[in-house]
Design a protein. Structure first.
Length: 352
């Protein structure tokens, strides 16, 4: 086990002041070595990268904030899965977040709530009002440009997402900026976005949502069971697929449709009683999001290769099931608790 990242963000603080605050913390029993720390001053404050072997968490954040008589945000990643932050101000803890509060023991619901985090508290710490935050989402779908403008996706007049950029637009921006990916230094994905599952990856191809749901509901979580699901008729670029699976002693009838033009005939058949299903997946674009209108133009064979690329990423993913993503579980236990339908669900009505 080892600490991979241990960084203190000190808003509205110059480098000289940050160095004095770190020096004052040298006597703490956390392994802090001031002369081995690195500093970088920004317009908003100073970042301090603590030395390797420093193990201070809340204690260090409290001491820094007390010495500064201001806020200190301490970020940490331990063993790539134990991560979070402590936000302290004037020598007291204001907020903390960690999806895994204890490495070795179960924690109570109260303890989970204590480590649930408050984004507004962090924003206030840096003097940032929600109205000043500009959120950009990168999507394969042009319809997202319409969705970001929907009134349901605003809280107090502030949009959840301010702008949607398609993947094709992003590619153009990268080329115009002269960025060459082969020349970029590799680095890890920012947490918590670095925690993903194979089930989440395959959402982008037709049948992927169905396969993810079956993984979640299946009693057998073995590797052989995962392979059996993959070869049960859910995969493939066909416009309409049908299959059945046994879950909990019940035969579940499934239909998978990609391309809205193919959804109408199926709906008509259902209305006329010609067919019956327990679960129906519909994706607007033929082949799924890999064929989205915001994606680079491609013929059908190339779109199929994109889908195969997602399945390859799924095979390489250490976490296969959505419910095993501890970062998402932490969100459901904190920010999203009691607000899932308000924040994640939307109702659509006929416009004409």
């Amino acid at each position: 086990m080892g600490l991979f990242l241990h960084t203190a963000l000190l808003p509205r603080c110059g480098e000289a002041e940050a160095r004095r605050a770190v020096d004052a913390c040298a006597e703490l029993s956390v392994g802090l070595v001031p002369e081995a720390c690195r500093y970088q001053e920004f317009a908003a404050g100073t970042a301090v990268w603590c030395n390797e072997g420093c193990s201070g968490y809340e204690e260090l954040a409290l001491s820094l904030s007390a010495n500064l008589a201001g806020p200190a945000l301490l970020l940490y990643i331990y063993d790539d899965d134990f991560w979070g932050y402590y936000l302290c101000a004037d020598g007291r803890t204001v907020d903390q977040f960690c999806p895994l509060p204890s490495y070795f023991a179960d924690v109570s619901e109260a303890e989970r709530r204590r480590f649930s985090g408050d984004a507004k508290a962090v924003a206030r710490c840096f003097g940032v009002e929600p109205e000043r935050i500009f959120s950009v989402s990168i999507m394969p779908c042009t319809a997202k440009k319409f969705e970001v403008a929907r009134p349901e996706f605003k809280r107090g007049g502030v949009s959840d997402v301010d702008y949607a950029v398609t993947t094709q637009e992003l590619i153009s921006m990268i080329r115009q900026a002269g960025i060459v990916f082969d020349e970029l230094e590799p680095e890890s994905v920012d947490m918590p976005f670095g925690v993903s599952t194979g089930a989440g990856v395959i959402f982008g191809v037709t049948g992927g949502v169905t396969e993810a749901v079956i993984r979640r509901l299946s009693d057998d979580k073995s590797t052989s069971a995962l392979r059996a699901i993959a070869f049960n008729g859910v995969r493939g670029m066909e416009s309409v697929k049908e299959t059945t699976v046994e879950i909990g002693g019940k035969t579940v009838r499934i239909a998978i449709v990609s391309g809205l033009a193919n959804a109408r005939p199926l709906m008509d058949q259902l209305a006329q009683g010609q067919c019956e299903y327990d679960f129906i997946e519909v994706m607007a674009c033929p082949g799924g999001c890999v064929s989205g209108a915001g994606q680079p133009f491609a013929v059908k064979a190339e779109k199929a290769k994109r889908g195969q690329g997602l399945y390859q990423a799924d095979r390489m993913s250490p976490i296969k099931r959505s419910e095993e993503n501890y970062a998402v579980t932490a969100l459901y236990d904190s920010v999203l608790k009691g607000r899932v339908h308000e924040l994640l669900h939307v109702d659509y009505v006929k416009q004409s």
